[in-house]
Design a protein around this ligand. Structure first.
Ligand SMILES: [Mn+2]
Length: 337
């Protein structure tokens, strides 16, 4: 199934009807939530709260660790850990491209009377009975904003802050190719509420413990450039182990910045970072400048994402995981710039 069109009017109406039916609503971000997933869920959560709906927000991480993106997100009073959740008849997932990305909350979603997915991934698998999916949206947060509007809730500073956090994250601060004039119009509308875009930017991009800088330096220092990889397009990669994080007492999301720096290397079309999580699995992040669709590469390895940014989870020795990445990259078609 391909998802190329905007959601149909009837689907929007059905979702608004479900959310305002008087039933309890559970809004979900994907595991290890980023600002787009959690910002979208919290924005809609705040809107539903304003409408008097009984609503909570969660994500299926076990243990339930609060990610650093929460520093910029309002609505945190809506968060409930998975083990404290009661059954909810209406469940909506945000920015979740495949059912596995619901983690320990998969069952809670699949057993709900109404299960909706709101997403913008080209790799969205169609797992939910009701889908609001637009693969041309630069962020799920844009769809969340439309949902807020359709709920008839006035755009508050808090809702705008949550939406903006997702938008600025998924567009790479409005740098990625998916950014359109419409993206900036959405951003302008959000800013007109008086929200503090400078504070959001600082919390998301410019606020790390000193130890995270040490880790970044070490990860860059050991990075490897393979100029002849991917038929000469070039690959740059590095690895960050769980032991190394433990020594510096850093959570997994402290490694997030490494790929953002690594990907600027001129000689490499694709950047790849292997981050070992606390279960010793490898979370593999990939970034492309556009000549290779890394979402296709990630999907062939059990993950997903977008043309320019994608990832998957690998197991075993890092060298083994890298071999599978190289093989998948070599098999990927070269696209025009
Ligand atoms: Mn997203």
């Amino acid at each position: 199934m391909t998802w190329t069109r905007s959601p149909a009017q009837a689907d929007w109406d059905a979702v608004v009807a479900a959310l305002t039916s008087g039933e309890k609503v559970l809004l979900l971000a994907h595991v290890s939530p980023d600002a787009d997933a959690l910002g979208s869920a919290l924005a809609v959560g705040l809107a539903l709260e304003a409408r008097g709906v009984d609503v909570v927000v969660s994500y299926g991480d076990d243990p339930f660790v609060l990610p650093r993106v929460l520093r910029s997100l309002p609505g945190q009073h809506l968060l409930v850990a998975p083990d404290s959740l009661t059954p909810h008849p209406v469940v909506v997932s945000f920015d979740v491209s495949s059912i596995e990305r619901l983690g320990v909350l998969r069952e809670a979603a699949e057993s709900a009377a109404t299960f909706v997915a709101v997403d913008h991934h080209a790799s969205y698998t169609g797992f939910a009975p009701l889908s609001l999916v637009d693969v041309t949206a630069p962020a799920t947060a844009v769809l969340a904003l439309e949902l807020v509007d359709r709920l008839g809730v006035e755009l508050s500073v808090d809702i705008a802050t949550a939406v903006y956090s997702g938008l600025v994250t998924d567009t790479g601060s409005f740098k990625y190719a998916g950014t359109t004039p419409g993206t900036h119009e959405v951003a302008a509308r959000l800013m007109r509420t008086g929200m503090r875009h400078d504070v959001v930017a600082r919390h998301i991009y410019d606020d790390e413990p000193f130890a995270a800088l040490r880790l970044l330096g070490a990860a860059l220092d050991r990075s490897v450039l393979e100029e002849s990889a991917i038929g000469g397009l070039g690959l740059v990669w590095t690895v960050v182990s769980a032991d190394e994080r433990d020594v510096l007492d850093l959570p997994l999301d402290a490694v997030e910045r490494v790929i953002d720096v690594l990907r600027i290397a001129t000689e490499a079309e694709v950047a790849c970072v292997l981050k070992q999580d606390d279960t010793r699995a490898w979370r593999v992040s990939m970034r492309s400048k556009g000549r290779v669709d890394v979402s296709q590469v990630a999907m062939s390895l059990g993950g997903g994402g977008h043309r320019y940014a994608a990832g998957f989870t690998g197991h075993g020795e890092p060298g083994e995981v890298l071999r599978s990445v190289r093989a998948a990259l070599d098999a990927a078609p070269h696209l025009p710039e």
